[in-house]
Design a binder for this molecule. Structure first.
Ligand code: DGT
Ligand code: CA
Ligand code: CA
Ligand code: ZN
Length: 595
């Protein structure tokens, strides 16, 4: 079976438990150790190869070639792959027999709190915690209070609302891998992952596949194959054309098998959203037709469309609608054939290959993992970008070793040198690194770097990283101050949310949008799949108000450039066209348009 998700989970648990120990042992390296386990977990989760296969082929050397995996972790993975156990992990678990993975993402209740809760009340799970908090037992632990107990209940409530949905970035590699495997299976014409995944929603409740086959006999074989895949934990249902399974990573997957004549109709039905489907079926009825997952049928019950989605929409008088905007939020009106705006928006959403650069990239000068050169060459050679901006954190973010004024100037000078070296090393490929910073917005809305230094950089982003509990007026004012600063070009991750984990700080988004428009400040769509900030509805609002946007990956490692596609997906969900997104321009055009 695919070991990647399980190994990633174990590494994450190790990192978590290590954090409970960091003070006790007073080990200076603890924080780095925690970081390296977390990074290794991220990396393995996103690998497109199974670590078991890598090991089979190249043994320890193979594991060591995975980015962010050093000797210590590689040998532990080797032990895990060969024996199914990891001694180090088992020992850590003995000390703290808590199901720590349940607590992942529960903001404000970190490793140390969980250890205290376990020591004092024997709390081992989320439900233990909820029970103790409801019964008022937590306030009596030294260092806790009634207020803290209430806060815990509030956070638990928010956490549970996320309700077991996984982030799109957590499932993306797996969904694509299975989609490819299904489509290569003998007798299969096409296989597509539909549902919320195809719509690029930020969280996924379950995964849905539609597969078209040549004949019924093939249908049986593909269902056999599907329910026996190594990623499957449990088969929950099976019919002649359907199967339902639970996957090891903790999410369900549904499969529907249809004949080729129905493939388009099935795609249309199972891509959803439900609301979009209902609205489209109403149009069918108004034309005396019937639409279901098998096709479009006339009054004599003849199938008159169904093999392609385009055909289905066309028969209803609609142009094909990109999956990302099928939410019944006005897209059907826009898709009516003959409608003028159709040319300008529906068919011109920003494409997945349209970005030329990435404006939020971190290097190992602060909390990134690779040098500026490495980040640049990966962007150019593996991701086909023409430019990146190195936007390291600034001095008041001490946790990240943020840069001060002098260090920023030095980095900008160094970037000029690297640009020259890159130009000489490969004259055929244009590439440029822009000097930048992710300036920290302080509590009072001022910045932690002076304007005369910021003005020496090519482009500057600002972001809030602390004091999340201030009221909405104050938060909005902090952002407005930054946007009105003549040195700030972009507001990074404008609402500060971490999906399923924290709500972010409160912002009056309309006000921010208005100020952004007036001050020619760009708003960012941070493409990291746990942020996707701005989110779709705010993107749409920004665009309606003619505010320009950029899509960034927030890369701390070269593999993170792959997150750009989630930002693009979110932008498409917000109806963004190519011209709304400034980093579809060349570096020069982009810089010329800034304040
Ligand atoms: P999810 O799984 O919660 O992330 O969201 P979806 O959109 O993938 O929803 P899911 O998996 O329940 O169903 C996949 C699609 O199938 C859904 O987007 C539309 C269609 N569908 C499912 N149930 C219904 C229904 O009761 N009525 C209609 N009209 N369509 C449905
Ligand atoms: Ca689904
Ligand atoms: Ca489903
Ligand atoms: Zn950041």
């Amino acid at each position: 079976m695919s070991k990647n998700s399980e190994a990633a989970k174990i590494l994450r648990e190790i990192a978590f438990i290590l954090q409970t120990e960091e003070e006790k042992e007073n080990e200076p390296n603890a924080i780095f150790k925690v970081r390296s386990y977390n990074r290794a977990a991220d990396e393995i989760q996103n690998l497109s190869f199974d670590i078991g296969d890598i090991y089979k082929k190249d043994k320890l050397d193979g594991l060591l070639k995975i980015p962010s995996i050093g000797k210590a972790i590689a040998t532990k993975l080797e032990e895990y792959i060969t024996t199914g156990k990891m001694h180090y992990y088992e020992e850590l678990k003995k000390e703290m027999p808590v199901d720590v993975s349940q607590f992942f993402g529960l903001e404000g209740i970190g490793p140390k709190t969980i250890k205290t809760l376990y020591r004092n009340l024997g709390i081992k799970s989320i439900s233990d915690l909820e029970k103790a908090a409801t019964e008022g037992k937590i306030r009596s632990i030294p260092g806790f209070s009634k207020k803290k107990e209430e806060l815990i209940l509030k956070k638990l409530h928010f956490f549970k609302k996320g309700g077991g949905r996984l982030l799109i970035g957590e499932v993306y590699p797996l969904v694509k891998r299975l989609e490819e495997r299904l489509s290569k299976f003998r007798g299969v014409n096409q296989a597509v992952a539909v549902g919320s995944f195809r719509r690029m929603k930020e969280t996924i409740g379950d995964i849905d596949y539609v597969v078209s086959v040549e004949s019924e006999k093939e249908g049986d074989k593909i269902i056999d194959y599907f329910v026996n895949m190594p990623e499957v934990k449990e088969v929950t249902g099976r019919g002649s054309a359907k199967a339902f399974v639970k996957l090891n990573i903790g999410i369900d997957a549904d499969l529907l098998v249809v004949p080729a004549v129905s493939f388009g109709a099935a795609l249309q039905y199972f891509t959803g959203s439900k609301e979009h489907g209902v609205a489209v079926r109403k149009i069918a009825i108004s034309k005396g037709l019937r639409l279901n997952e098998w096709g479009v049928f006339d009054e004599q019950k003849n199938r008159i469309a169904g093999s392609t989605e385009e055909g289905v929409y066309q028969l209803l008088g609609l142009n094909w609608i990109p999956p990302e905007i099928r939410e019944n939020r006005g897209e059907i009106e826009l898709a009516k054939i003959g409608k003028k705006e159709e040319k300008t928006r529906l068919s011109q959403l920003i494409g997945y290959d349209d970005l030329k650069g990435d404006l939020q990239v971190h290097s190992n000068s602060t909390d990134g993992t690779m040098s500026i050169e490495e980040m640049a060459l990966y962007a150019r050679d593996k991701f086909g970008l023409n430019y990146i901006a190195i936007s390291d954190h600034t001095k008041s973010l001490r946790l990240t070793n943020g840069l001060d004024e002098q260090q920023l100037i030095n980095q900008a000078n160094r970037i000029e040198e690297i640009n020259d070296e890159i130009k000489i090393s490969n004259k055929n490929k244009y590439f440029r690194i822009l000097s930048s910073a992710e300036v920290n917005i302080l509590k009072d809305g001022s910045l932690d770097i002076s304007n005369n230094v910021l003005d020496k950089l090519d482009i500057v982003g600002a972001a809030i990283h602390s004091n999340f509990a201030l009221p909405i007026e104050v938060q909005t004012e902090r952002l407005v101050n930054a946007a009105q600063n003549s040195s700030i070009d972009i507001i990074f991750h404008p609402t500060g949310r971490i999906i399923n984990r924290r709500e972010g700080y409160p912002v009056n988004i309309s006000k921010l949008i208005e100020v952004a428009k007036d001050s020619n400040t760009v708003l960012e769509i941070d493409g990291h799949y746990n942020r996707l900030d701005l989110k779709d509805e705010y993107i749409r609002l920004a665009i309606e108000n003619e505010v320009k946007l950029v899509i960034d990956s927030d890369a701390h490692h070269p593999s993170h450039y792959a997150f750009l596609k989630f930002g693009i997906g979110q932008a498409r969900r917000g109806w963004a066209t190519k011209s709304d997104i400034l980093n579809t321009l060349s570096a020069k055009e982009l810089l010329d348009g800034l304040k």
